[in-house]
Design a protein around this ligand. Structure first.
Ligand code: NAD
Ligand code: 89Y
Length: 340
């Protein structure tokens, strides 16, 4: 049976989502919504979806779809998720899930009360190189991890495609750090304490573009999660997240150029480059491929009645890390996650 979907927010990133939906078997995007007529027209023509709306409430009132893909920026997420829950459809919502923990918790409750799946489009852990590293660690190849470093350092101009990133009071932790904090959780579990420092190097933006975070995990591991959009390196590594994970029986590295090295019970060095999907382009192909993977996961979870790995409930813990990191940087103290 075909699962019918609607997408709200036809902006910069939604194109990737619409390409991916088109390639997922058993899914049909039947309606598009954007309050910007130019973006709505662009996606309508590109993807041949003729049922369009400038107002999400009108679209939900007309119905005729099983799920909604919310591809707008964070300020609209809570009202749109609540509308979707009220309309009784499954929901996939872009990161950052919400602007506050209070909003995020309310959104999780709304979907739960409606009995519908709520997944956050938290896609970095779904990237093929990260999945390959996760598979190795989860198989016990390096024993029990006690140290994890997730590092994203780049000088790529993200502001030309996403100008709003230069204007917000918060930048890198909320926009990009959120992904690599989530990757750290995927490898070494939930977090009890975090400390962070932030800097702004680029004078033309409002928020921070460098952040260095140290996390104490419940299972006893320590992580360093560091990100920068002020790193001028050659070759440029955007949008690669690099890994160093030490375990009781070995070590794993994901190095620039998608080189995965495992030294442990057995040693290996493999190329884990993501495929270049027909609609993708370098260097974004790593992210674009993960969009297809995460959206497929959403569909599979609905079909099988299982909770998505990156569900709304799960994402509360990643979002709490973002909040705690800003609080730590502001106060100069370590923050216990139980206080968030
Ligand atoms: P964008 O500003 O280019 O697009 C958002 C679109 O949503 C705009 O066209 C806007 O008119 C529309 N919109 C906003 N509120 C609306 C509402 N209430 N009703 C109807 N339309 C509305 O933003 P973007 O760069 O495409 O980013 C969208 C989201 O995707 C952000 O949350 C961003 O963080 C996220 N993102 C995720 C990734 C990833 O890898 N997961 C990458 C880039 C962006
Ligand atoms: O918005 C960001 C994201 O989620 O991935 C990369 C990005 O587009 C710029 O930092």
């Amino acid at each position: 049976m075909t699962m019918k979907g609607a997408l709200i927010g036809c902006g910069f990133f939604a194109e990737n989502q619409l390409h991916a939906w088109r390639d997922i078997e058993g899914v049909d995007i039947v309606a598009l919504c954007d309050r910007d007529p130019v973006r709505l027209k662009f996606c309508t023509e590109k993807f041949g979806v003729t049922r369009t709306y400038s107002d999400a409430a009108e679209m939900f009132a007309s119905g005729g779809f099983d799920f909604v893909d919310i591809a707008t920026t964070a300020p609209s997420h809570r009202p749109l998720v609540e509308m979707a829950a009220q309309a009784g459809v499954h929901i996939i919502c872009q990161k950052p899930f919400a602007e506050t923990m209070q909003d995020a918790r309310a959104m999780v409750v709304a979907a739960k009360n409606a009995g519908k799946t709520l997944m956050v489009h938290e896609n970095f852990r779904w990237q093929l190189p990260i999945q390959a590293a996760l598979k190795a660690v989860r198989s016990g190849a390096i024993g029990t991890p006690f140290f994890c470093r997730v590092s994203f350092r780049s000088g790529y101009d993200v502001f030309s495609g996403q100008p709003y990133l230069a204007k917000g009071k918060r930048f890198i932790i909320e926009d990009l750090g959120i992904h690599i904090l989530d990757i750290a959780r995927a490898f070494v579990g939930d977090v009890s304490q975090i400390s962070a420092t932030t800097r702004r190097i680029n004078p033309n933006i409002k928020g921070e573009d460098v952040a260095t975070m140290m996390l104490s995990h419940d299972g006893g591991a320590t992580s360093i999660v560091d990100c920068s959009y002020a790193t001028q390196r050659k070759p440029e590594t955007f949008p690669q997240s690099l890994l160093e994970i030490d375990g009781t029986e070995g070590t794993l590295r994901l190095d620039a150029g998608y080189k995965l090295t495992v030294q442990g019970k057995t040693d290996s060095e493999i190329d884990v480059s993501p495929p270049l999907l027909p609609w993708a382009e370098k260097p974004w192909h790593n992210i674009q491929e993960s969009v297809q993977t995460i959206q497929q996961h959403f569909v599979t979870c609905i079909a099988t009645g299982t909770e998505p790995e990156t569900s709304g409930t799960d994402n509360l813990k990643t979002l709490a890390l973002v909040e705690a990191a800003y609080l730590s940087a502001e106060t100069g103290t370590a923050i216990n996650l139980s206080d968030i």
